[in-house]
Design a protein around this ligand. Sequence first.
Ligand SMILES: CSCCC(=O)C(=O)COP(=O)(O)O
Ligand SMILES: [Zn+2]
Length: 203
Amino acid sequence: MTTTATVRADLVTSAQQFYQLGWMLGTAGNLSAKNPDGSFWITASGKAKGRLSEQDFVRLAPHGQVLESPLPENRPSAETSIHQAIYDLFPEAQACYHVHSVEANLVTQFCEGDSLTLPPLEMIKGLGIWEENPQVSLPVFENYLDVPKIAQAIRDRFSVSCPEVPALLIRHHGVTVWGTSPTEAHNRVEIAEYLFRYIVALG
Ligand SMILES: CSCCC(=O)C(=O)COP(=O)(O)O
Ligand SMILES: [Zn+2]
């Protein structure tokens, strides 16, 4: 059974693994996952992601009201509005993960306009694409200082056209993925980062 404690344990484990891979260094990135009641736990803003504890979260109602904060000083991630946009747009999403890797920034040079063509590798099945020689692109968004402006751009674009993969890239910032479980979101981060590494290596 999923409990609100196991949700946070999953997020702590993922953050530690992403930190080890260099994708959540310092305070970079944020992770969230839904509870059975529709609320979601999200990392508190400004926490060192390699040393998270289960206290370092905030539980929010779908519209952003703080329902629970294990430490009184915790504030929701500065990028909460992006997680909310994903949960509103994709009701099947149960977890939303955002990390900052070097490769996610280097691939910017291969973007064409507001998308990045993904290589037709077997690994792309991990993003739900089961086609031979798939021609798929990843949506790319501008990195505004005003994070709700990024979230609004995501809402505007995805309410008109559904992304081909459950992921998006914010230019000069990092990738955000979502999945139907914390495990699926974790795997999809690894797949997206593998594809970025491949694109950069290919040059
Ligand atoms: C050095 S991280 C800058 C802010 C950011 O992009 C991020 O992912 C972490 O922000 P949060 O408020 O979730 O800690
Ligand atoms: Zn970020």
